[in-house]
Ligand binder design. Structure first.
Ligand code: SDX
Length: 428
């Protein structure tokens, strides 16, 4: 057990000794679970200094800008691996052997179709509904299917649920897009790999053979890898909290999708593109930087800053390199890339951004590649949700397969003390 101790001294109370745990990587943690018995709570709105769980899946070193998945760096995984192999790593803890990979890939391929009844759910939405609204609803509706594997305490049931989610999210994501386009849904094809299949379902039409650019498929797969998992972020914490009550796993993932949608989180990629559209040209950058620094202006530089990274988000670096590679291979000159780089250069040299350690995060460049692939801005966060599903389900599985308690934070109450009810006629 823990050898290190922390002592909490509170005026007018006996000192309280608390165990301190040393991680394999990162900061020590003080175990405060015993404080309630001493009549005290900790207070940490936004959980800025709170470790909510023990995990072995992902490690982020915010000071150094490092991101490891089961010990492998995101740079190596993005350069040498593929999304389904990274999914296997996140779920099972090790890179697969050739045989394990083949079995995993084939199993995923055989789960990519959704129940035909699910198509009916789309008809309830207006064609101009935001695709994230549709995705929240349709993924939540998956909890009304699959009654064959609902025992969350059965490891095989959890594995089947994980495989179904990883396999079906691209199909559902593409359906969200096709519905908005008024085009027919495209069935998945088992002769295509994961990213190719997604692009086929997004841009294919029944009238002709789909031609998939290997450059775009590789770029899509790399974007999936870069968004796969990120430790205890807001949406993953939401999935864990929902899962801690024993809720249906598909409903937990739908909760994660909802949390991801916000512009402070996964919705930032869409917000970055809208911001670049609004800035328009490099001459306007300074004006927007000034707005971002103005306390009285709610405007924030979207795609900048991070709760954990106080250095470059390593995913942003890979994404920027990928931007250049994809646009060069496509022979595309996207003025938004030039504008983004100008914005980054000015911001990184501005004392405000330097002092607050605000660097580009994963969302700053992703939209530029997604646009080059032909993905509309409204679909950016849907792609993020598709990619992050494996991270969400890996954390859900890790929690349920270990000892866990229902999440139930406490509060600092500053409301009314007890008072008598006032009958209506006596109220002033
Ligand atoms: C993701 O958690 C994860 O891991 C998330 C994610 C993942 O993979 O799951 O990495 C994905 O969500 C990336 C972040 C995407 N969001 C954005 O790009 C939106 C813009 N960024 C900010 O909203 C903000 O930086 C957050 C939400 C990302 C982080 O907010 P924090 O940690 O609560 O920090 P803060 O808001 O307290 O900021 C600290 C200071 C504040 O100034 P002061 O009050 O100290 O004077 O920095 C300022 C903020 O006003 N600040 C910014 C800014 N971000 C922070 N000022 C201008 N522009 C910004 N973008």
């Amino acid at each position: 057990m823990s050898k290190k101790k922390a002592t909490l001294s509170v005026e007018g109370r006996e000192d309280i000794e608390l165990p301190v745990y040393e991680p394999t990587l990162g900061q020590d943690v003080v175990d405060v679970t015993g404080l309630t018995a001493q009549g005290l709570f900790t207070y940490d709105p936004g959980f800025q200094s709170t470790g909510a769980c023990e995990s072995r899946i992902t490690f982020i070193d915010g000071a150094k800008g490092k991101l490891l998945h089961r010990g492998y760096s995101i740079e190596e995984l993005a350069a040498k691996s593929d999304y389904l192999e990274v999914s296997y790593l996140l779920l099972y803890g090790e890179l697969p052997t050739e045989e394990q990979k083949e079995t995993f890939v084939n199993t995923v391929k055989n789960h990519t179709m959704v129940h035909e009844q699910l198509r009916v759910f789309f008809n309830g939405f207006r064609r101009d509904a935001h695709p994230m609204a549709i995705m929240c609803g349709v993924v939540g509706a998956l909890s009304a299917f699959y009654h064959d594997s609902l025992d969350i305490h059965d490891a095989r049931h959890r594995e089947v649920t994980a495989l179904r989610l990883i396999a079906k999210m691209p199909t559902i994501a593409a359906m969200c897009y096709k519905y908005a386009q008024g085009q027919p849904f495209m069935y998945p094809r088992n002769d295509l790999d994961y990213a190719e299949n997604f692009l086929h379902m997004m841009f294919g039409v029944p009238c002709e053979e789909t031609k998939i650019s290997p450059t775009l498929a590789r770029a899509m797969d790399r974007i999936f890898i870069l968004h796969a998992d990120h430790e205890q972020n807001a949406s993953t914490s939401t999935v864990r909290l929902a899962g801690s009550s024993g809720a249906n796993p598909f409903a937990c993932i739908a909760a994660g999708i909802s949390a991801l949608w916000g512009p402070a989180h996964g919705g930032a990629n869409e917000a970055v593109l809208n911001m670049l559209e609004e800035i328009g040209e490099p001459a306007n950058v300074e004006k927007f930087i000034d707005r971002a620094k103005d306390k009285n202006d709610p405007f924030k530089l979207m795609g900048f800053g991070h709760r954990v990274y106080k250095n470059y988000d390593p995913r942003a670096t890979v994404m920027r390199e990928s931007c250049h590679e994809v646009l060069n291979e496509l022979g595309v000159q996207d003025p938004k890339l030039e504008l983004a780089m100008k914005l980054e250069e000015i911001a990184l040299n501005d004392p405000y951004f330097k002092e607050k350690k605000l660097f580009p995060n994963v969302d700053f460049y992703s939209g530029i590649i997604l646009s080059a692939i032909g993905i509309p801005t409204s679909m950016f966060t849907v792609i993020f949700a598709l990619s992050r599903t494996v991270g969400w389900v890996a954390h859900w599985n890790e929690m349920i397969s270990n000892t866990y308690k229902i999440g139930r934070p406490r509060q600092l109450y500053t409301g009314q003390t007890e008072r008598e009810f006032v009958p209506l006629k006596e109220r002033k």
